[in-house]
Every structure is written in C-alpha cells, then in structure tokens.
Design a protein around this ligand. Sequence first.
Ligand SMILES: *[C@@H]1O[C@H](CO)[C@@H](O)[C@H](O)[C@H]1NC(C)=O
Length: 199
Amino acid sequence: MAESFRATHHFITSLLITVAITITTLNSVHSTTTNTEFVKSSCTVTTYPRLCVTSLSTHASLIQTSPKVMAHAALNITLASAKATAVMMVRLSRSNRLKPREVSSMRDCVEELGDTLEELRKSIGEMGRLSGSNYEVYMSDIQTWVSAALTDENTCTEGFEGDEMNGEVKVFVRERILFIAHLTSNALALINHFASIKD
Ligand SMILES: *[C@@H]1O[C@H](CO)[C@@H](O)[C@H](O)[C@H]1NC(C)=O
C-alpha cells in the first residue's frame, strides 16, 4: 500500500515536472516566434525588406517587440558594415594595380565613408540618450545625420561612374557601397517609423 502510494506520488511529481518543462519550452518558442514576426512586420516599412529581415532576424531576441531597439540595432549593423567596408577600401587604395584616377576616387570615397561613420556614431550615441525632454531635438538630429550618411555614400559611388574606371574595381566598390546604402536606407526608415509612432 505504502509502496503503491510512493509510486503514484513519484509518477505525479514526474508528470508535473514534465508539464512545467513543456510549458516553459512552449512559452519560449512562442516568444521567439513573436519576436521574429515583429522583425518581419517592422521590415515592411523599409525599401529593402529582405535585407532588413536577414540583417535583423539574428537580433530578434534583443529587439523583442521594441521599435526603438530595432532602429538602434539597424544603426549598429550599418555602422559595423560601413567600418568593414572602409577598412577594405583603404587596403584596396594601396594596391599598385590601380590607376591614379582610381586611387584618387578611392581616397575620396574613403573620406566620405569616414563622414558616414561619424554620422552613424553620433546617431547611435543620441539614440541611446533619447528621452522625454530631449526627444524632439535628438530625433531630428538623428534623422539629419542618417540622411547625410546616405548622401555621402551616394557621392562615393558617383566617383566611380566614369568609363575610364577599371570594371572590376568599379563593380566591387559599387556593390559594397550599395549594400551599405541599403542598410542605411533601412535604418532611416525604421527610425522614421519609430518617430512616427512615438507620441
Ligand atoms: C548597439 O551597439 C552598442 C555598442 O556596441 C551596444 O552597447 C548596444 O547594446 C547595441 N544595441 C543594439 C540594439 O544592438
């Protein structure tokens, strides 16, 4: 009798533990799905939604359902990519296979990328300081700087438009800069979206 009671007790305890674990797991699966869905639906406001989803999905657990964190993460990703591209272009500009005209365009482009980095860094800094009393001013600064970053990226690409430029270098630079410009455009759309829903 005591044996069977113990067995039953043991069985019920195991059952309860299993149920608890299952509920916890389902909850976390549920919130992961919710976070990923939030990223996907927020990306519909951007011009390059597929790039938006691929670049931001890995940050879904951090973003959860916050449009502010999403915009912040988009800026972080853009800054990291722009940095990597600037490093690559500095290295490329030292290559002795380039013509003087290409080297000079490359240097101009690196300078414009430097401005882009500065504008993105300032925006990220103010994004972290946004609060009630300074909200309007900071948000307007951020919108101005991110737009300026986009303009600088376009200026860089224009330097590579001429026919005298080597095809490979031109294609490489244009593709890299276009990628950064698309990330920047998406970040700006997410910032504008966040600004429009905040009352
Ligand atoms: C953005 O980058 C900063 C500095 O690296 C980091 O502290 C912050 O958590 C990041 N924020 C998001 C939302 O990715």
